[in-house]
Design a protein around this ligand. Sequence first.
Ligand SMILES: O=P(O)(O)OC[C@H]1O[C@@H](O)[C@H](O)[C@@H](O)[C@@H]1O
Length: 296
Amino acid sequence: MTNMTNTAQTTQSLVNQDNCQINQISLSEGIDTIEIIHSRCKAIVSLYAGHVLSWQPTSQREVFWLSEATKYAQGSAIRGGIPLCWPWFGPKVGEVNHGFTRTSIWQLADVSSNDDGVSLILTFAGESLAKTWPYRFKLTQTLFFGDVFKQTLKIDNLGEQAFEHSGALHSYFHVSQPEQACVPNLTNIPYYDKLTDSERCTRLIDCRGPKDRVYKSNEALALLDYGFNRKLVISTKGTQDWVLWNPGQEVASSMSDIHPRGEQHFVCLEAGFTKPLTLAAGQSYEVSQKIAIQAI
Ligand SMILES: O=P(O)(O)OC[C@H]1O[C@@H](O)[C@H](O)[C@@H](O)[C@@H]1O
């Protein structure tokens, strides 16, 4: 968060209790963050992009990786945390990679806390926000930060025609080293390998990059980290696949928003529905993930 602290800030207190402080911090360029300090955890969420930046349960290491070189500026995607990819996953000619949601401003609709943690509700609605995607929609993101983390994205089609959409909860998990991290549940699961444009099924030994794979599984999985001696147990609803991505050293060093050697400390495990689904007029669709931490 080093490059956030240099920008002009004003702070508004939203909750001020013995076990919980929640502040809304306005950075320059119209970017606001919600900072949570609770007896169970600390967390930061950006209203720009509706983006979780940080979650650190008390007595644990940070769970999400966030680039020290990312920009906090309108029009730029934030590198790290949990970008929300929607209404499409991946590239689209003439449009922003992974959809406009991650470069749009969200509203804070509700904040609440109890002894277990903090819940936030964020919303983002619009119509015709992309040349190739002229539909009317509302997104409602519900977040819970405590000993566990829960995230639900509800998508409402508010228009009068069906639309196609795809997306992902694109989590960047903080790991000791990709070489020390593995996901046993993905071993022997068939995947589409974006790097070779081929369907494959190989043993997954560790998470070192370059890897860019769409696994055909939506089963709960565990990201084991033998350097940090912890296991992140991730379960989902409403998704179709898991995307495993780490750019590797060569590609990362050409990306201006990844700090030097930054790729040595994250593994992206994205809860996705990467193949387009049809959402009828007036209908809604939900994707969610829950993350718990266990020692190994
Ligand atoms: O640079 P972006 O748009 O944030 O995308 C990062 C990566 O996101 C992953 O989801 C994709 O599978 C990769 O192909 C892509 O490189």
